[in-house]
Design a protein around this ligand. Structure first.
Ligand SMILES: Cc1ncc(C[n+]2csc(CCOP(=O)(O)OP(=O)(O)O)c2C)c(N)n1
Ligand code: SF4
Length: 348
């Protein structure tokens, strides 16, 4: 912890982005997508004005999990796959702390998948930033649960034969109350989503597509390159139709529950016929999560970015607190009685 953090002198709301950066120089490869996400985190925290001593960044293991080192807040660089479990413990013990989790696709969706799903369904009021580079970066390029079928890596020399995990779909399936996707090259969208996630009372899952130029370079270039971006991505905005393409000439329409791409210039459809985004609609969010085929694939469906789903639901820590108060009101706590239990035996 730096002197600045210990001093607690700077008033809330007066901190700059650089005040949230620690004195540690990031040890990521040049061009790593983690840099831009870190920069946005510093910026957003300054905008939110949360005190550094009331903020904690928790991670597991991986390149992405180095993030807490670069924050001048409290932090725990935990153990592989357990960032979410550690964060749960912290949030239960100290509900007043703003808890952020930095994790990778290996950390959260392989070794840590169970804890990740449990945290989302329990709905603790924490924010998960899942840096998905579709590879294990720190350990030098093994395939991860989000690697694509056929992806050649050091551990899949003939191409992976596993169907990838879809972070949006499994989070919605687990009962998450805030589910969003963004990408390292969209700082403004990262900012907007982080601000919303901070306001959301409950577990927020933010998946960030993050380029690993060393072991999986260009994994998301179809979503960022000028020549392919507009046809491959659709930005989700509340109450707005799903329109995309160069000159906004394409849209997504629902045929029953089946999404189809329409040509707004030639198909005799107007923006009013299109799918209108409603982040409170779970069924539609589940369909959105399934827009997961490569946009160059048969159905030509664009990949959605933005907030898929947001729902208000009680948080775990509030419910726990209510139970503790209820129990305390009913009877006086007596540790000896609790140990003794209702039935005791004497062993002779
Ligand atoms: C219990 C345990 N098993 C395996 C490892 C080795 N290990 C360290 S990081 C990692 C994967 C990291 O991948 P990801 O979470 O995607 O992070 P990235 O490095 O790509 O940011 C693995 C398998 C470990 N540290 N601990
Ligand atoms: S190996 Fe990849 S993910 Fe890790 S720091 Fe380097 S570029 Fe980033």
């Amino acid at each position: 912890m730096t002197e600045a953090l210990k001093s607690n002198e700077i008033e809330q709301g007066k901190l700059k982005a650089s005040d949230y950066a620690s004195d540690q120089e990031p040890r990521w490869c040049p061009g790593c997508g983690d840099y831009s996400v870190l920069k946005q985190i510093h910026t957003v925290l300054a905008e939110l004005g949360h005190k550094r001593e009331d903020t904690a960044f928790i991670s597991g293991i991986g390149c992405s999990s180095r993030l807490p080192y670069y924050m001048d807040t409290y932090g725990i660089h935990g153990i592989h796959g357990r960032a979410t479990a550690i964060a749960e413990g912290l949030k239960i013990a100290r509900p007043d702390i703003n808890v952020w989790i930095a994790t990778g696709d290996g950390d959260a969706l392989a070794i840590g998948l169970n804890h990740f799903l449990q945290l989302l369904r329990r709905n603790l009021n924490v924010n998960v930033i899942l840096l998905n580079n579709e590879i294990y970066g720190l350990t030098k390029g093994q395939f991860s649960p989000t690697s694509r079928v056929g992806q050649k890596t050091v551990t899949t020399p003939m191409g992976t034969i596993e169907y990838p995990v879809n972070a949006m779909a499994i989070s919605l399936g687990a009962g998450a109350t805030f589910v969003a996707r963004t990408i390292d090259r969209s700082p403004a969208q990262i900012r907007d989503i982080m601000l919303r996630a901070d306001r959301h009372r409950g577990a927020s899952l933010i998946e960030v597509y993050q380029n690993c130029p060393i072991f999986n370079d260009g994994a998301f270039s179809i979503f960022t390159e000028k020549s392919t971006k507009t046809d491959s991505t659709v930005i989700l905005e509340q109450d707005k139709p799903l329109i995309f393409g160069e000159n906004n000439n394409k849209g997504v329409k629902l045929d029953g529950t089946k999404p189809i791409v329409v040509d707004l210039e030639n198909d005799n459809v107007s923006a009013n016929d299109l799918w209108i985004h409603d982040e409170t609609d779970y069924v539609k969010a589940s369909i959105l999560a399934r827009l997961f085929e490569m946009p160059s694939g048969e159905m030509n469906l664009p990949r959605p970015f933005g907030i898929f789903y947001a729902e208000d639901r009680f948080t775990y820590e509030d419910a726990l607190d209510a139970q503790i108060k209820e129990a305390q009101a009913k009877q006086k706590a007596d540790l000896y009685e609790l140990f003794k239990g209702a039935t005791t035996w004497e062993i002779k």
